[in-house]
Design a protein around this ligand. Structure first.
Ligand code: ADP
Ligand code: ZN
Ligand code: ZN
Length: 744
């Protein structure tokens, strides 16, 4: 008897064992998909191991089916999933769920589509009428044929129209359709679903590198060849992308594959053209905005015909077999981290783990390295290569700081804008230059307040104020998405005097339009760019100079390359600086520096104006001086003092329950269980900044673990204790979210 251990895409602690019926025994191999019953449901799992040891103590169920002829994944991939599961304290099944496109996870998901067309034996209208005549006594079959003909329109007998069988079957009887096929009136044809678009052609030679770029390239090559993960610290517009392109070309010459990771889907659109120009159809793009069929196809197509994959974090799970290089562009971006659901993995770190398995090299690139990566580079763990001049030799932008409190006192403001910024905008527009304004908050106003009783509308599900969106006249919660119409009077005291407080991108756009009625102003935030298409359109319009001023959230700070931006305005630096997180200053520096990098491309010097109430803040001063090294030193001292990463490995635990009492009790229990082993490593339970979200109360812990091998053992302990709390009476309903290396 053959048994198989099957990995199921659920949060189970281990594989489940099944028996394999004799007739399928030949298919029992690692990586094969199986249909297996779990409880009353069937799941598509993967065979992890094949053996002849009958499990003891229970009757083994047989697998329900083995649908494929060959394995869907390599064993190496499953080992990688297990490594991630171990590191991020989740189950391999959860990683599997994230790793496989839904098409491969669904039970018998059709990877083909059946279409029907007129049977080739019918070659003329006369024959067709003849055959139709024979159906007089079978009105249902006649109806099938007539319906097919109505969908087909004018018939070309040599290439008859093909209609998806599914579509036809919606409107006619399935039995009659089957009969038509049996009688050779219609013919089924099976198609692979969709088609990969392999039409892109290379149109450009590799650009030649500048002297500075060539030096950086050589340094990188040498470090990567020595087996070192390498950090490329290159200012915006220094031409990092061109260096990546050269490195990729080199991998292809050696017959190996390359993976180019980006933190966000939106950025792939811009880059894919740049890569296809050079590499043609060998560039594949992989991200979640593709539908399941497309994702499944790309998954099954890797490695050939693609040699280069451009994608977001999930592309780490593609079945590479000969990968030589992984580029992690904008490595500092926190969107590389998956926050929900598990696996809560960081693509940068997961890339390094993947590369080790494949003996591949990793290059991290950014203008503003994360403190962790720069620390690793300084400590000699990573190689470090610096590129400090812009490719076109443009001088770095001129940085100006406006003390907004002072300006207000002197009456040198107009609403949310300082006169200084308004004059600069006017000047830029006169010169025919474009302007980017950054405000890291969408909506019109982050909250409303009644001027008579002080009431502030809050979300019923979450402990946050509701954001006022002028568009649609609604109040929306940015945590749970709940939204309600704007009330005309205060719900507490019926006063009609309700004021907006603070401002978001919508208000900035509105207010600016009043001040510059001639200017073409557009907005780029989650609301304006709900779809990838809307996003591309806005960026396209801006690139074509159909937009003069672009007001946006951090979406405008990302790796965009425009050539006519004379001015960048940062409207409210304080919102960034005051964010309650130990990385707030690092993030502020990164965002402000990144958005500043959009100013003044080519030979011209750009201008950046930062509005802040904290003009004396060291972070503002460092942004102004573009002094990353000083920022690093400052942050490192702080991290050391409070024992934060990189001086510790942080694990956050969040307990959630609808009852505040229950969650509090669970937190106490968990604290008791953890304390003996963890001691001073444990902080909490404490209330997070937003202690009530989506109808559930939250309690948090932090574990600061040593950065050594011991951490792995400690993490195992944590996982055990968490499982123990879940088993306690009355506490099984408490959700405990574990986040290893959380980013916020
Ligand atoms: P980064 O990725 O560092 O922000 P980019 O690679 O986008 O910089 O380069 C900035 C600009 O300079 C782009 O318009 C790019 O096309 C141009 N550029 C950079 N290097 C070269 C090169 N070697 N030859 C031609 N143009 C280059
Ligand atoms: Zn009121
Ligand atoms: Zn809410």
């Amino acid at each position: 008897m053959i048994f198989v251990d099957v990995l199921i895409p659920l949060a189970l602690p281990k594989c489940l064992t099944y028996s394999v019926p004799e007739e399928w025994a030949w298919k029992a191999a690692v990586g094969m998909r199986v249909q297996a019953p779990v409880g009353k449901k069937l799941y598509t799992g993967l065979i992890r191991a094949v053996h002849d040891r009958a499990p003891e103590g229970y009757t083994v169920k047989p697998v329900a089916a083995l649908p494929d002829e060959r394995p869907a994944v390599h064993e190496k991939q499953m080992q990688y999933w297990e490594q991630l599961a171990d590191y991020y304290l989740c189950s391999a099944g959860e990683v599997m769920k994230a790793a496989l496109p839904a098409g491969l996870r669904a039970s018998f998901a059709p990877l083909t589509e059946t279409r029907v067309r007129l049977h080739p034996s019918i070659t003329s209208e006369a024959q067709l009428l003849d055959r139709l005549h024979t159906l007089k006594r079978a009105p249902q079959q006649e109806a099938v044929l007539v319906h097919y003909l109505s969908l087909a329109g004018e018939l070309d007998y040599e290439h008859p129209h093909e209609t998806p069988k599914k579509q036809l079957a919606q409107d006619v009887s399935a039995a009659a359709l089957a009969a038509c096929i049996k009688k050779n009136l219609l013919e089924p044809v099976i198609h692979e679903v969709g088609r990969l678009d392999l039409s892109a052609a290379a149109t450009k030679e590799l650009p030649s590198l500048s002297v500075a770029q060539q030096r950086a390239y050589d340094e990188i090559e040498a470090l990567l060849a020595a087996g070192k993960t390498t950090l490329l610290h290159g200012v915006t517009a220094s031409g990092k992308t061109e260096i990546y392109i050269h490195l990729i070309a080199e991998q292809l010459r050696r017959g190996r594959q390359a993976l180019y990771l980006l933190p966000e889907i939106a950025l792939t659109t811009q880059l894919v053209e740049r890569l296809q120009c050079v590499f043609g159809a060998t560039v594949g793009v992989y991200h979640s905005k593709y539908n399941d069929n497309e994702r499944t196809e790309i998954y099954r197509a890797v490695p050939s015909p693609y040699r280069i994959i451009l994608g977001v974090r999930s592309s780490l799970f593609l079945p590479f077999d000969n990968i030589g290089l992984i580029i992690v562009d904008e490595e500092h971006e926190t969107s590389y981290k998956q926050s929900d659901p598990a696996p809560r993995y960081h693509a940068r770190d997961a890339a390094i783990m993947l590369a080790q398995r494949h003996d591949a090299a990793v290059l991290l690139g950014t203008a503003t390295p994360s403190i962790e990566s720069f620390y690793n580079a300084r400590a000699g763990k990573y190689g470090l290569v610096t590129l400090s001049e812009r490719y076109h030799r443009a001088p770095p932008p001129k940085m100006e700081v406006v003390d907004i409190l002072h300006a207000r006192k002197k009456k040198r403001t107009d609403g949310i804008f300082s006169q200084h910024l308004l004059e600069a905008i006017g000047h830029a527009l006169e010169q025919g230059e474009q302007v980017i304004l950054f405000q890291n908050r969408r909506g019109y106003a982050p909250y409303l307040q009644c001027t008579d009783c002080g009431h502030i509308p809050h979300c019923r599900q979450c402990s946050v104020s509701l954001t006022y969106h002028k568009q649609g006249q609604r109040l929306a919660c940015h945590y749970c998405g709940a939204s309600q119409p704007l009330a005309v009077v205060c719900p507490e005291c019926r006063s009609p005097n309700i004021q907006t407080k603070g401002f978001g991108t919508e208000k900035a756009e509105d207010a600016l339009q009043l001040l510059f009625p001639q200017a073409r102003i557009a907005r780029l935030d989650l609301d304006a760019a709900r779809t990838k298409k809307a996003y591309s359109r806005i960026l396209g319009d801006f690139a074509q100079r159909h937009i003069d001023v672009l007001v946006g959230t951090q979406m405008v700070t990302k790796g965009l390359d425009f050539d006519n931006v004379g001015l960048v305005g940062i409207l409210d630096a304080d919102a960034l600086l005051n964010f309650p997180d130990f990385r707030a200053h690092e993030r502020s520096f990164q965002l402000m520096t990144q958005v500043s990098g959009r100013a003044g491309r080519q030979q011209r010097q750009g201008r950046v104006i930062i509005q802040t109430a904290q003009s004396g803040s060291p972070i503002i001063q460092l942004v102004r001086r573009c002094d990353y090294h000083a920022l690093f030193a400052l942050q490192l001292a702080e991290r050391r003092e409070f024992h934060f990463p990189p001086y510790s490995r942080l694990v956050s635990l969040t307990l959630k329950h609808a009852s505040a009492d229950v969650v509090q009790q669970a937190a106490r229990q968990l604290q008791e269980l953890l304390l003996p082993e963890m001691g001073a490593r444990l902080t909490g339970p404490f209330l997070p900044a937003t202690p009530y979200i989506q109808g559930r109360h939250l309690r948090c812990f932090w574990l600061r673990l040593e950065r050594n091998a011991h951490a792995a053992a400690l993490k195992k302990q944590v996982a055990l204790q968490i499982a123990a709390v879940g088993k306690l009476k009355g506490l099984s309903g408490v959700e405990i979210v574990v986040d290893v290396d959380p980013v916020a």
